[in-house]
Design a protein around this ligand. Structure first.
Ligand SMILES: *[C@@H]1O[C@H](CO)[C@@H](O)[C@H](O)[C@H]1NC(C)=O
Length: 162
């Protein structure tokens, strides 16, 4: 069974994605192997808006139902059940994985899943989140380490390999 997910925030970064999927202690070889089993392609999520979160480095997506609201992101195919478990753990309680449809660049529609925001609506800012700024800010690695630690993502991998 193969799974897929649509990423619109920090997980669009391969550094973040591979840290979550492979764990903190994974070798470059492990990461390359994982990268070879997944497919990452640009995709568009309609009827949703991406918002910066007040006081956080990462964004949230909300369903608006308005066909003019689009979120450009990445669909990741070829995921395994363990990958989905790691992603669920990383996303935490403020996000919920829900079924959705996204469009490839050639307008083909495909079923996938997306982590929508179910946390405190007061934390949603009016600002769109910028991936380029997230990368350029240089906070990616520190933030990633802290978040993985907080949500015990690496502990999950340790249990997996026993
Ligand atoms: C559209 O793009 C997707 C992903 O690259 C591909 O799998 C699919 O076959 C394409 N469909 C058409 C009709 O070209």
């Amino acid at each position: 069974m193969s799974y897929s997910a649509f990423f619109y925030g920090s997980l669009m970064s391969k550094v973040v994605l591979l840290r979550v999927l492979c764990g903190a202690t994974a070798s470059d070889r492990d990461k390359t192997l994982k990268l070879n089993t997944i497919q990452l392609r640009p995709a568009l999520l309609k009827g949703h808006k991406r918002r910066s979160l007040i006081g956080e480095e990462y964004p949230a997506v909300i369903n608006t139902g308005d066909k003019h609201d689009n979120v450009m992101g990445v669909i990741c195919q070829g995921l395994e059940l363990e990958d989905i478990k790691a992603l669920d753990c990383f996303e935490g309680d403020d996000y919920k994985r829900v079924p959705t449809k996204v469009l490839f660049e050639n307008s083909t529609m495909i079923d996938t899943e997306v982590y929508i925001w179910i946390g405190d609506k007061k934390l949603l800012s009016e600002e769109e989140w910028s991936f380029d700024y997230f990368i350029a800010s240089g906070k990616e690695q520190k933030w990633l380490d802290e978040r993985c630690e907080f949500y015990d993502v690496d502990r999950l991998h340790a249990v997996d390999t026993q």
